[in-house]
Every structure is written in C-alpha cells, then in structure tokens.
Design a protein around this ligand. Structure first.
Ligand code: SF4
Length: 562
C-alpha cells in the first residue's frame, strides 16, 4: 500500500496476528456475555494500550493461579499456550477455563508430542524464557533443549534421535542455521519448521519492503519479543530503524528527509496504533511539502471526522425526497447530516482504544446529537422521539456496546441498524413531516435507500475487519464470510437494478429513475473494486464509497431541473 505522494509504505500484514486477535476476541466476548471476573494467565499481549483497555473492562492478567481469588470467575489460557502439567493444574482450580491457545501453537505441541512418544529428543529454536517456548518444553517428556541460535548448538550433547522445531515467531534464517548445526550432532534428525504462516508472511514482506526503505519505523510494545525481533531483522536490511510504541514518539526531524519510509508492526500491535503512527508521519511530510499537501490534510480531516459521510447522508435525503415527492426543507437536510455524523463518528472509535483516548471523541458526538435532536423537535413527537431513541442506541450506548451482548451475537445487525438509521432520517422523517408516510413513493424511496446504505455499510465493514474493531458477529461480513457477502451484494444490486428498470418501464418518475439507473453504474464499480480486493478503511476508499451519494444527488438534481 504505497502512498505515492509521501513515500510512506505500511506493511499490508502489520497488526494483530490471527492468534492474538482470537484471544482478544475471546475475552471481549466473555466480558460481553457478563462473565466476571476474567483472569488471563499472563498478559494476552505485550501492548500497553491494549492491556490498559482490557484492565478497564475488568480483565486482569495474573502470574500465579493463587491470584485468581474469585472462584466464580473464568481463567483464560492465552495464545502462547501452557505445559500439559500446568493445564492440569489450571483445570483443577474448580473454575471455568477457556483455552485460547493459538491453533498454530497447538500444532507445534502435537508435532513435539508425536516425536517425543517415539523417543526423540526435542530441540526448540527460540527464546528460553518466552511463555510459548516454556509451553512447548512441557510436551518434550523431559527430553527437551532450547537454543537461541546455531552457536548455542555447540553446547548440546550428541543425539541418537532428535526432532528440531522452532518457536512460531522465529526468524527463518536463524532456525535453518540452528537446525543444520543440531543435525551435525545427531544420528537421526527430523527438522520441523514450525514458524507459523502469519509470521512467515510478515517476515517475507519485511524482507521485500525494508531493504528498499531509507527508514523503517517498527511499531509495537518495547517489551514485545516479536516486535524486538522484527526491529532487529529490519536493522539488518535498512540503515535506519526506529522502534516506537505510539505516534507520540515520532520526531519530525527523523521523518522529513528519507525518501522511502516503511512502517511495520509486531503481531501484538493494534491497527489503530499503526494508523496513528502512519498518519503522524504522513502529516509531518505533508506539512513540509506543498499547498496540495495542505489540501490533502484538509480532505483527510473532512473524511476522517465523518463530515463527508454526513454530507453524503444529506445527499441521500435529497434523492429520497425527490423519489417520495417530499418538498425541499433545509432543516431536514441538516437533521440527516447531524444525525448521521453523530452515529458515524461515535462508531468510528475502535473498541480497543483506552477510554482516555475515547473521551476525545465525546464532545463532537454529544454536540452533533444535540443539534440533530433540537432540529427534530420541529416535527412533533413522531419524529423527535424515534430520533432520540436512535441517537441513544446508536451513539450514546456505543461505549457500552460490548455489554449489549445480544447485539453482538445477532449476525449482520450492525449493517442492518446502520441502514435503518440512515433511512429513518433520510426517508421516514421527511415523509412523516409532510404526511407522506403511507404513500407508495415513500416506501419505494425507503427500500431504495435501505439497500444502498446496507451495501455501503457491508463494504466499509470489510475494511474495518482489518482494523481490530472487535465486531463479533454484528457485521454481515464477519458473520457470513467473504463469499456470502459477495453473493448478497450482487443480489441486492441486481434486485435494485431490476426494480429501477421496472419503474422506468411503468413510466413512474421516469426522469429520476433513469438517472438513478445510471447511478447504479457507480455502485457496480464500487462492488467490483471490493470483489477484487479487501477495501481498506482509508480516506480514499471512504471518499470513493460515500461519493456515490453525491453522484446520485447530482443525477437526481439534473433530472428534476431538466
Ligand atoms: S504468532 Fe503465529 S502462532 Fe503465535 S499466536 Fe500469532 S498466529 Fe499464532
């Protein structure tokens, strides 16, 4: 993902690995289901922002089982896994136990166990003190050794049969060199490269991108072994490497002169931290460049602050008002813009953000919601009451969303609620305020808007999936997977197109319908783009996706005008 203007490349695979993500999802779901207290055996990951966020939710890390005082709580085994002996001890506590060991670590347990049963010694190439390695040693039946590299193989005895495995986050070159050194000391040697696929992928992209960079920025906890290893690997490929935990550590003078900057991150770094670092670097470089850089920054702000989405909602309101036959009313456009701004901005706050950062989002959310509510008072209780309910459910309840467990378990609810929210304000409110609620035109406009916004929300949530927003099953994409999502979007677009063609044939508002049919081309282009790649939630893709409402409003205006 190269930003051509600013020479900044963010590693495509940076961020939580699947094992870490699964463990965090697991504790968040337990917490949402009301399980309390939740004890994780050791920190889930070495990242201060995430551990702070978990601590705020009452999910605490313990070093000893005796620290789990409340026996009605849940003990969670983290992604690194533990030894079979410790597992038995955990099970004997009489507490609920949830095993969140990464399946790829379990695979290594099985490989070690299989050979240990046949009398093989095990040599693990990894960090002796690391929790995963301690867990792996537990499967060697007392015949295990740990070495960090080929040099340490010198200390090993001669083996009749040896099985060599690696810590899942090991550097490949180190593993193979060490394995060769051990092989020279054994009669029978089995080499099992157990470095996990996500790590291999991360190392591969690091090798490719770091060697072409003038500066590498590694984002991640200073105590994270895999981030430190990543920084070391980058140091061998690039003359300058900076290891930071957050954007606060980025110094302007470091990022202005390098032509190419590569940003990567350890497996325990949340994507929003990586995004913040990338934005800070790009902003410094933009500031130092030109007028166009300043314009880019302004546009970035307009999109990221949800102002663009708010204006898109006003555009959809215009289209739907023309479809339903409602009269122009500036207050209705303002209402939909402030209403959608409030819901979108509130829901842009990643759940894994510590609350002190979340608080910065509160003022615009409260202000936007208040303005929307005040405008809604113009239209009677049939409008202001549901406006208030939507605002409370959609925005005010947001900080407690993980506690509304029934919502996170209903597949697709996020996208359906988003579409209903938009249509409430873009179609229902104008129709209700002008006595058009029972008209067929209003219902047609409602269905049209609902399906369009549903498509928008589903496509955006695919980008958000990469961003560690712990959506559970509430997003359609997360609940049903990529193939079902593609099928659903194709069917919705086909149905919308068929309905518009039918209306055109019937001669119903043919000017507007013809233009909306033209507008379908834009929606199809968005879908094709989304089929060909996962849509990242960036300024460009949000501009592209929400831009459809501006295009539809322009086409509708042309139809009405001429
Ligand atoms: S680094 Fe690999 S093995 Fe370890 S938790 Fe992540 S995905 Fe699993």
């Amino acid at each position: 993902m190269k930003d051509k203007n600013h020479g900044v490349v963010v590693a495509p695979g940076a961020g939580f690995c699947p094992g870490v993500k699964k463990a965090i999802d697991c504790v968040l779901h337990l917490e949402a289901a009301g399980k309390k207290p939740i004890y994780t055996i050791g920190p889930l990951i070495h990242n201060k922002q995430v551990t702070d966020m978990l601590a705020e939710k009452g999910i605490t890390s313990i070093d000893e089982l005796s620290q789990a005082k409340d026996k009605s709580g849940v003990l969670v085994i983290r992604a690194h896994g533990i030894t079979p002996e410790f597992q038995a001890e955990v099970q004997s506590q009489g507490m609920e136990v949830v095993d969140s060991t990464c399946p790829l670590v379990k695979k290594v347990h099985n490989v070690i166990d299989e050979y240990a049963k046949q009398g093989y010694y095990t040599v693990i190439v990894g960090d002796g003190g690391h929790a995963e390695v301690i867990g792996l040693l537990g499967y060697t039946r007392g015949k295990g050794y740990v070495i960090a590299n080929a040099e340490e193989a010198e200390k090993l005895p001669h083996f009749d049969k040896v099985n060599i495995v690696s810590q899942t986050t090991q550097k490949e070159e180190t593993f193979f060199k060490a394995a060769e050194a051990v092989k020279a000391k054994a009669d029978i040697c089995q080499i099992n490269n157990t470095i996990c696929q996500p790590t291999k992928q991360r190392q591969k992209e690091t090798l490719e991108l770091a060697k072409n960079a003038d500066l590498v920025i590694v984002v991640g906890g200073k105590h994270s072994a895999n981030t430190a290893r990543l920084a070391k690997l980058c140091g061998e490929l690039c003359p300058k490497v900076i290891h930071v935990e957050s954007e606060e550590e980025i110094r302007k003078e470091d990022v202005l002169s390098p032509s190419n900057i590569f940003i990567t991150a350890g497996a325990s770094t949340p994507n929003w931290v990586i995004d913040n670092v990338a934005s800070r670097v790009k902003n410094y470089r933009k500031e130092a460049s030109s007028f166009s850089g300043m314009l880019g920054r302004i546009w970035d702000f307009i999109v990221k602050s949800s102002i663009f989405t708010a204006l898109a909602a006003a555009c959809l309101t215009y289209v739907c008002m023309k479809l339903s036959g409602a009269r122009n009313d500036l207050k209705l456009y303002l209402l939909s813009a402030f209403f959608v701004f409030t819901l979108t901005f509130a829901n842009k706050t990643p759940q894994d953000m510590p609350s002190k950062i979340k608080k910065r989002f509160l003022t615009p959310v409260i202000l936007g919601g208040l303005i929307a509510f005040i405008i809604s008072l113009n239209y009677g209780a049939g409008v202001w009451l549901p406006t208030l309910v939507f605002l409370i459910l959609g925005a005010a309840a947001y900080p407690f969303r993980s506690r509304i467990s029934f919502l996170s378990r209903l597949p697709g609810t996020k996208d359906i609620i988003t579409a209903l929210g938009w249509c409430f304000v873009c179609v229902y409110v104008p129709a209700a305020s002008q006595g058009l609620l029972m008209s067929k035109s209003a219902w047609l406009a409602f269905s049209y808007g609902l399906l369009l916004v549903f498509i928008r929300s589903v496509i955006l949530s695919i980008g958000a999936e990469n961003k560690d927003i712990m959506l559970g099953k509430e997003s359609f994409y997360k609940a049903f997977g990529i193939n079902a999502t593609k099928t659903a979007i194709s069917l919705i677009i086909a149905a919308l197109t068929a309905v518009l063609i039918q209306l055109l044939i019937m001669g119903w508002k043919s000017g507007i319908v013809f233009m909306l049919l033209l507008g379908q081309i834009y929606t199809i282009i968005i879908a094709v783009y989304f089929y060909s790649r996962k849509t990242p939630r960036t300024t460009a893709s949000e501009t592209f996706i929400d831009g459809q409402f501006f295009v539809l409003a322009l086409l509708t205006y042309l139809a009405v005008r001429f």
